[in-house]
Design a protein around this ligand. Structure first.
Ligand code: HEM
Length: 308
């Protein structure tokens, strides 16, 4: 039996996309926002995620949903945390198509929301990060992808936990490295994507090797580059059947397990970090089981969140 997933969770990134996330600023926005989400058709292009403050404010309970952790490098500042009530990742064949979809979505939203993220992303050179490295090679496929990304059983089956982080690359610092050093930061060859036997323990693919965790940390990554004329990086998105798998990888990247920091951190830094519940969907409509009480939106008092 197939699970009622938001289809875009399972699809490779679209050529173009936009990330939107926001917080409520007044309890009166809660019901109109919910109505907008309930009437939204996510099609096969949009993924919607709900943050813990919103789920809690609705009286919902999604076991395992939490705030993005306040982690830090051993001697560094804490990672950026950017909680939001609602997150949407809207894809399309072109920036124009994404624009139309974003307009259709935002025209339904109540006024006065506080925007957290509003970022255009794109697929570059067939799915490469802006360093030139192919991204997504070791993503699980087929049945393994479903098992990695989706809650398998119970009333929440078909839903997924989303982790999102905007990373900014220092492109000049990366470009200044000799080719071998660039390969060793990632642990794969830029030339042919081959995994390098002699990569150091700090190489990203060694830090993140999914099968090396106990239990294994398989997840479905759907990241996309972002760029302006002056700044650029990767908008990292991963879907998982729980958030623990993502957090185990992140902790190891930061050197919190064994003191070895991921080579990525030498030229890239996170600007944001958030966790979401991506509810199941049926025929394009989100299923708010576990989030909304029986009786739906009308049974709710005004919705006040503490997302700030
Ligand atoms: C600047 C940010 C990042 C960049 C540029 C980046 C890029 C890459 C690239 C190029 C690969 C190798 C090809 C592939 O299998 O996809 C990879 C693998 C992977 N990355 Fe990242 N990544 C970033 C952040 C993260 C974060 C934050 C996590 C999770 C906490 C993560 C988890 C993984 C995993 C699980 C793999 C597959 C490892 C394996 O099993 O071989 N990455 N990444």
């Amino acid at each position: 039996m197939s699970l009622p997933v938001q289809p875009a969770v399972l699809l490779p990134p679209w050529p173009s996309a936009q990330v939107l996330s926001f917080r409520l600023t007044s309890p009166q926005q809660g019901k109109p926002l919910l109505r907008a989400l309930l009437s939204l058709d996510v099609g096969n292009h949009t993924v919607v995620g709900l943050g813990l403050p919103f789920v809690k404010a609705l009286g919902g309970n999604i076991p395992g949903l939490r705030e993005f952790p306040a982690l830090a490098l051993a001697e560094g500042a804490p990672l950026a945390v950017s909680p939001a009530d609602v997150w949407a990742y809207v894809g399309g064949q072109s920036a124009a198509e994404v624009y139309d979809r974003v307009c259709a979505l935002t025209s339904q939203l109540p006024g006065g929301l506080q925007w957290v993220e509003d970022l255009a992303t794109f697929t570059w050179r067939g799915g490469r990060d802006l360093t030139g490295h192919e991204d997504g090679t070791e993503n699980p496929a087929g049945e393994a992808a479903l098992a990695a990304a989706l809650v398998q059983e119970g009333p929440l089956a078909g839903g997924s936990f989303g982790a999102a982080m905007q990373w900014e690359h220092d492109m000049k610092a990366f470009a200044a490295l000799p080719p071998a050093a660039r390969d060793h930061l990632m642990g794969r060859s830029l030339h042919d994507n081959r995994e390098l036997e002699d990569a150091p323990p700090s190489a990203h693919v060694k830090r993140a090797a999914q099968e090396s965790f106990d239990p294994p940390a398989f997840m479905l990554r759907r990241s996309m580059p972002w760029a302006s004329a002056q700044r650029a990086g990767l908008y990292f998105v991963a879907y998982g059947a729980d958030l623990d798998r993502f957090e185990r990888v992140l902790r190891r990247m930061l050197g919190l397990d064994d003191g070895v920091v991921d080579g990525l951190l030498s030229f890239s830094r996170p600007l944001s970090g958030s966790y979401f519940w991506c509810p199941p969907a049926r025929e394009g409509r989100l299923d708010f089981t576990g989030v909304l009480p029986a009786g739906g939106v009308d049974a709710l008092p005004d919705v006040e969140t503490t997302g700030g």
